[in-house]
Design a protein around this ligand. Structure first.
Ligand code: KG4
Ligand code: ZN
Length: 477
C-alpha cells in the first residue's frame, strides 16, 4: 500500500518550522478557538454519500501516497453536492477539522489552538505540540461531525495534511484520518498544506480559474507560486531564511505583546498606534532582482532598534509600561510592519511581471496563509494588484490561518479528479509507518527564481507535489 510505506525520519521534522521552535517544558492544554462558518441543517443532507467504487477504477499507486485514478468519471458521474469530505489538519500548532460539501458548502469546522502554549513557552516544540494534538484530536473531529449533524457513514472520503510540517504533528492527524478511513471504508487523500492555503481561495471565489498567481505567507513559508492547474505549480520565489510570520511573532515577543491571540494579530494591533516612518529599517534583498524573500536581516534590525532604545526584550509586558514607552514600541511595530510588507509588495510586483510573461491570461493574485489575515497586508497588496490590472483573492481571515476547511476543500478538488488512496485496512496497527512529508515543495522552481543562498537548505527534500502528480499522469498514459 503506497501510503503506509516509508517512515519519515525524525531529522526531517527540522523543517521550515524549525525557526518557530524552542524547548518547552511538559504539561499542555489546548484551547478550543470556536466554531465558524455556515452550518447546514441536517435535513438537507443527502443520505447517499458518494463513495467511489474501487472495483471500477484502476488505481495506480504513485510515489505520492495519492492513488491516481485513471478515470475522471467521478466528476461526471456524481453531483458535486453529493460529495462530503472530512478534512484534518495537524501540521503545526492548530488541531483543525472541517466537513465540506463538494459544492463548497462548509458544513462545520472546529479549530483547537495551541496559542496558550506558544505564548507561555515562546514557540512550537514538536514533542509538546504532538501531545497537544493527541489530547484533542478525537474531540475536535467528533465535534466537527456533530456540528454538521453527520456521522462517518455520511462521508465520501477523508482528507488529511501529510506535509510540509512537523512529522510528529502530521502523524497525529494522519493516524486519526486512517483510523476513520479504515473503519468506515473511506478513501483517503493526502494533502499538501500550502496547496490547501492556495486552493481555499477557489472555495471562496467560485469563479477563480487557473492559471493564477499566489502569495502564500505563514509562520513557516513565504511562497510565490504560479498555479497552472490543480497539482501543477511553478515556484517563482521562496524565503532564503525566515518567513514573514516568524518575523511578526519574534518582533511581537520582543515588544512584550500578549501572545495569547498570536504574535501577528497583536503586532498588527499595536502598529495602528505607531508612526511607520519613525524607524528607518531597510527593505530586504533589493539588490537581488528575483522573487525570493528574506526576513532574518529585518529581525536583526528590529532587535538592534529595541536595544538602542534600552527596551528590555525579557519580562517586558507592554501592559506594565509607561505611555511614552508604549508609543516607542508602537513606532517600532509600525516601522517593522511597513518594511516587512513593502518587501512583499516589491516581490509581488516582480512576480506579476514574470507570471504575465509565462501565462498572460492570469487575472488574479491569491494571497493566503496566516499573515494574509492582516488588514494592512491586504490593503497594500490590493494596491499592487489594482495597479497591475489584476484582482486580489484573499480568503476571510478564518480561512487564511490554519483550518480544516482548506484541507477538506483541497481533498474535494483532488477527489473529483480521481486522486485518492483506497481505504486502509481496518486493522492497521497504530504504530504503522506512514508516508509523511515534513519538507515537501509545492512546485518546481522557475529557472529565474533559483537562489544560490538556499542551495544548502535544499538537501533531503521530498520531490515536489507537482513532479509527483505529473509523474503519475505520465504513467497513466
Ligand atoms: O498559516 P498559519 O496559520 O500557520 C502556518 O502554516 O504557519 O500562519 C501562522 C502565522 C503566524 O506567524 C501568525 O503570527 C501569523 O500567521 N498571523 C499574522 C496575523 N494573523 C496570523 N501575522 C500578521 N498579522 C496577522 N493579523
Ligand atoms: Zn499554514
Amino acid at each position: 500500500m503506497a501510503s503506509s510505506t516509508l517512515a519519515s525520519p525524525l531529522w526531517l521534522s527540522r523543517s521550515a518550522f524549525l525557526l518557530k521552535t524552542s524547548l518547552l517544558p511538559s504539561g499542555t492544554r489546548a484551547l478550543t478557538r470556536g466554531f465558524t462558518g455556515p452550518r447546514q441543517p441536517p435535513t438537507s443532507l443527502s443520505p447517499l454519500s458518494l463513495k467511489p467504487s474501487f472495483k471500477h477504477l484502476s488505481a495506480i499507486p504513485s510515489a505520492s501516497g495519492i492513488f491516481a485514478q485513471k478515470s475522471s468519471d467521478l466528476e461526471r458521474s456524481f453531483a458535486r453536492e453529493d460529495v462530503v469530505i472530512l478534512g484534518i489538519e495537524t501540521s503545526c500548532d492548530d488541531t483543525a477539522a472541517a466537513v465540506v460539501r463538494g459544492n463548497g458548502e462548509i458544513l462545520s469546522q472546529v479549530v483547537s489552538s495551541q496559542a496558550d502554549l506558544l505564548s507561555r513557552y515562546g514557540g512550537v516544540a514538536p514533542k509538546m505540540a504532538e501531545e497537544a494534538h493527541s489530547l484533542v484530536i478525537d474531540q475536535v473531529v467528533q465535534q466537527t461531525l456533530d456540528n454538521a449533524n453527520l456521522t462517518e457513514k455520511n462521508l465520501s472520503a477523508v482528507a488529511v495534511t501529510i506535509g510540509p510540517g512537523l512529522s510528529l504533528c502530521l502523524r497525529v492527524g494522519v493516524c486519526k484520518a486512517r483510523r476513520i478511513a479504515g473503519n468506515f471504508s473511506l478513501p483517503i487523500i493526502g494533502i499538501h498544506h500550502m496547496e490547501a492555503h492556495a486552493l481555499v481561495a477557489r472555495l471562496v471565489e467560485k469563479d477563480l480559474q487557473f492559471p493564477f498567481l499566489a502569495l502564500l505567507i505563514s509562520g513557516g513559508h513565504n511562497l510565490l507560486i504560479l498555479a497552472h492547474g490543480l497539482g501543477h505549480y511553478v515556484q517563482l520565489g521562496t524565503t532564503i531564511d525566515d518567513a514573514i510570520g516568524e518575523a511578526y511573532d519574534k518582533t511581537a515577543r520582543w515588544l512584550g505583546l500578549d501572545m495569547r491571540k498570536g504574535g501577528g494579530p497583536a503586532l498588527e494591533e499595536l502598529a495602528r498606534e505607531g508612526d511607520a516612518n519613525s524607524f528607518k529599517f531597510s527593505i530586504p534583498m533589493r539588490q537581488h532582482k528575483d522573487c525570493n524573500f528574506s526576513y532574518a536581516g529585518l529581525k536583526t534590525q528590529v532587535r538592534m532598534a529595541i536595544e538602542s532604545k534600552n527596551l528590555s526584550i525579557e519580562n517586558n509586558s507592554i501592559s506594565s509600561t509607561s505611555s511614552q514607552e508604549r508609543r516607542l514600541r508602537a513606532d517600532i511595530a509600525a516601522s517593522f510592519q511597513r518594511v516587512a510588507v513593502l518587501h512583499l509588495e516589491e516581490r509581488c510586483e516582480r512576480a506579476i511581471e514574470w507570471a504575465m510573461k509565462i501565462e498572460p491570461s492570469i487575472k488574479c493574485l491569491v494571497v493566503s496563509g496566516g499573515v494574509a489575515s492582516n488588514q494592512y497586508v491586504r490593503t497594500r497588496l490590493n494596491h499592487v494588484v489594482e495597479k497591475n490590472g489584476l484582482q486580489l483573492a484573499c480568503p476571510p481571515p478564518s480561512l487564511c490561518t490554519d483550518n480544516g476547511v482548506m484541507v477538506a476543500w483541497t481533498g474535494i478538488e483532488h477527489f473529483l479528479c480521481g486522486r485518492f488512496d483506497p481505504p486502509p485496512r481496518a486493522d492497521e496497527p497504530e504504530d504503522s509507518m506512514f508516508d509523511l512529508r515534513p519538507r515537501w515543495p509545492l512546485g518546481e522552481e522557475h529557472s529565474q527564481g533559483k537562489s544560490e543562498a538556499r542551495s544548502l537548505k535544499r538537501a533531503r527534500v521530498h520531490p515536489s507535489l507537482t513532479s509527483i502528480i505529473q509523474g503519475s499522469a505520465q504513467q497513466e498514459v
